[in-house]
Design a protein. Structure first.
Length: 193
């Protein structure tokens, strides 16, 4: 399934002009989500909104922005420990920087998704940029709580639609309202089919 012209019109009216790559990315994500019949329109909308934010609106898997020194913050100290990186300044922060539609970060996340997908992301972290792998990471991570322990269904289900709270699935409450606003737009676009 692909997004209709009416759906893209809704997105353009709310979020601005779309490039051909963005359109292809949206259609790819929608098609992948559509294969999982357990995902509702509001849940799919939140997944699209998250990808919109996490990919800097590109709707293609990306690598987290920043030079090697920027990722030193993921290499040592409390943040490195929380991400499962070694305590030494040895390049883990840069090697296991964010990648994908949802920026998986750190040795623990790359290890977890290697096991879940049966793909060696630890030896080949750039595999998280492959759209087929990136969408599986996104879907499994959001549906099953593999990112933070919080699941999509904790916030969005038949009797509840908490787009703001759903940000906890990925990253605390960082940019929660902005992403919630995107989700409202994507839900309108999806429902225009």
């Amino acid at each position: 399934m692909i997004m209709t012209a009416g759906g893209f019109s809704i997105i353009r009216n709310a979020l601005g002009r779309l490039t051909e790559l963005q359109v292809k990315g949206i259609n790819f994500i929608v098609s992948a989500i559509d294969k999982d019949k357990s995902i509702s329109y509001p849940q799919a909308a939140y997944m699209l909104a998250t990808a919109w934010h996490e990919t800097d609106r590109k709707m293609q898997p990306i690598t987290e922005y920043g030079g090697i020194r920027y990722f030193d913050k993921y290499d040592t100290g409390t943040l490195a420990k929380r991400l499962g990186n070694t305590p030494a300044l040895d390049g883990d922060g840069f090697k296991y920087r964010g990648r994908g539609y949802v920026q998986i970060t750190g040795t623990d996340n790359y290890s977890r998704f290697s096991r879940l997908l049966n793909v060696d992301l630890l030896k080949k972290p750039d595999l998280a940029l492959d759209p087929d792998i990136a969408i599986k990471i996104t879907t499994i991570g959001m549906k099953n709580g593999a990112f933070t322990g919080k699941k999509l269904s904790d916030y969005i289900h038949q009797s509840k639609k908490d787009y703001v709270g759903a940000r906890r699935i990925i990253n605390g409450t960082d940019k929660a309202q902005m992403i919630a606003n995107y989700a409202v737009t994507f839900e309108k676009a999806l429902r225009s089919w």
